[in-house]
Design a binder for this molecule. Structure first.
Ligand SMILES: Nc1nc2c(ncn2[C@@H]2O[C@H](COP(=O)(O)OP(=O)(O)OP(=O)(O)O)[C@@H](O)[C@H]2O)c(=O)[nH]1
Ligand SMILES: [Mg+2]
Length: 215
């Protein structure tokens, strides 16, 4: 849940990158970390296994001033995709404000994508939450590979809830689509915050880019 510190005029938002094993969650954060100027971000924390698989989470703090008079902090997290770490995923999801569901576009990963999406819904449900009240976007990653599903098929498999969400094609490894994805989810969580708190929308929110532009 967003955390507001009125004396410091700060708001913190938590955004979680979720998805199947090896779909590219950590790669997204690495790309953001590499491209955002040092003053606007903290150090990236990675809790990984020796094989570079996320063991607990990856964490990257960002800072911006887009809600009038308030500093907005974005805490970006990834979850470990491997099935055995579900308890960890549940912990990381705690108090999440918005989600990026990263999809591995390869045909042979479709079952894993669908399973991970179901797992997300189940885990949110255990905390009495669900995707209808949660801003989220879908990122169709690894579009550089050859054996990939067309995006309309990915929409059919993953973007089939009553309200369709925004989707982004990406090649996270090259930084393509990474910023577009983050800027959109950041705007969605801020817009929800402003609506929930009956605040006036700062004009900056309409034009802001939390993480700059894609190359
Ligand atoms: N070809 C290609 N490979 C990618 C892309 N994005 C990520 N990868 C590769 O996919 C592998 C897994 O990426 P990670 O970012 O570690 O995946 P993850 O989702 O964090 O995996 P877990 O932490 O184990 O759940 C790495 O070898 C990346 O280099 C992409 O857009 N294209
Ligand atoms: Mg990872």
């Amino acid at each position: 849940m967003s955390f507001v510190n009125f004396s410091k005029k700060e708001i913190s938002f938590k955004i979680v990158y979720y998805g199947a094993p090896l779909c590219g969650k950590t790669t997204n954060l690495e790309q953001v970390h590499a491209s955002v100027p040092e003053g606007a971000r903290g150090p990236m924390t990675m809790l990984s296994t020796r094989q570079d698989r996320t063991l607990y989470f990856d964490f990257l703090p960002l800072e911006t001033d887009v809600i009038k008079g308030f500093i907005s902090r974005f805490q970006l997290y990834t979850v470990p995709g491997q099935a055995i770490y579900n308890l960890t995923r549940r912990l990381v999801l705690n108090d999440v404000d918005g989600m990026v569901f990263v999809c591995d576009s390869q045909f042979d990963q479709m079952e894993n994508n669908v399973e991970s999406f179901k797992n997300l819904e189940e885990n949110l449900g255990m905390d009495g939450r669900d995707l209808t009240e949660m801003p989220y976007v879908l990122q169709y990653n690894k579009r550089d590979l050859t054996e990939i599903a067309p995006t309309h098929y990915l929409d059919f498999m993953l973007n089939n809830r009553e309200t369709r969400v925004e989707t982004f094609d990406a090649v996270a490894l090259k930084g393509e689509g990474v910023h577009e994805t983050l800027n959109t989810i950041a705007k969605l969580v801020m817009a929800k915050f402003i609506k929930d708190h009956n605040m006036e929308m700062g004009s900056a929110l309409k034009t802001t880019q939390v993480a700059g532009k894609d190359a």
